[in-house]
Design a binder for this molecule. Structure first.
Ligand SMILES: O=P(O)(O)OP(=O)(O)OP(=O)(O)OC[C@H]1O[C@@H](n2cnc3c(O)ncnc32)[C@H](O)[C@@H]1O
Ligand SMILES: [Mg+2]
Length: 203
């Protein structure tokens, strides 16, 4: 089986990529398989910049084609927050429960008709000698008033998926991987991959 390297240390993302790449005939390796690889600092100001930073850093180190994911939750009533700071919204320890609790508290007085939000996922692909490429996908929904469901990771229990009328964490993994921001971005990447791989080398 062919191998694809995903530059992530997030176990939830790793599982989703495994599920999505399997039907394409790829075995997924992530930075969880290389625990000594240092965390790449996310110093960009957009999801795309951070995805490129992660993909290029790991691609240079491994001298291989690498895909990276930078993603997060954007809430209208919070002017797009937590956005690119989603992982560390409630502190450096990247605690999903604390992050959700912080959002629920901030949204306590936000009425039902003003709770629109979306997940955003930027994927970057980098390969030796090539310019990195990015694609993105979104998933629309609403912020719930309490946690629901036990699947997924991150903010999934407090995000009501508009098209399913269920919390993201209530969807089975195979359902999430049909409709998620990550799945939509990956579909676009799949379309662009052949031309990327056969395209020009960087000068
Ligand atoms: O950078 P890597 O190593 O990939 O892992 P990370 O967890 O730091 O990942 P990000 O920097 O992209 O931060 C994304 C955060 O956004 C949230 N998030 C992203 N995708 C999500 C999803 O599908 N469901 C729920 N929360 C998600 C979750 O809290 C993630 O930790
Ligand atoms: Mg990160």
């Amino acid at each position: 089986m062919q191998e694809v390297i995903i530059a992530t240390k997030n176990a939830g993302k790793a599982k989703e990529f495994e599920r999505m790449f399997k039907p394409l005939g790829y075995e997924v390796k992530t930075l969880l398989d290389y625990p000594d690889f240092p965390e790449v600092e996310e110093t960009g100001t957009t999801f795309e910049e951070n995805a490129i930073l992660k993909a290029e850093t790991v691609s240079k180190a491994f001298k291989r084609m690498v895909i990276a994911d930078d993603s997060g939750l954007m809430i209208d009533a919070l002017e797009g927050r937590p956005g690119i700071y989603s992982a560390r919204y409630a502190g450096e320890e990247k605690d999903d429960q604390k992050n959700m609790d912080k959002v629920l508290k901030e949204m306590e007085n936000t009425p039902d008709n003003s709770r629109q939000a979306r997940f955003y996922c930027a994927l970057a692909i980098a390969a030796p000698g090539k310019e990195a490429l990015t694609v993105a996908g979104t998933c629309e929904g609403f912020i719930l008033r309490e946690k629901r469901g036990a699947h997924g990771f991150g903010y999934d229990p407090i995000f009501l998926v508009e098209e399913k009328r269920k919390a993201m964490a209530e969807l089975k993994p195979e359902e999430k991987s049909q409709i998620s921001h990550r799945a939509k971005a990956l579909n676009k990447l799949e379309e662009l991959l052949p031309s990327y791989l056969s395209g020009d080398e960087k000068a």
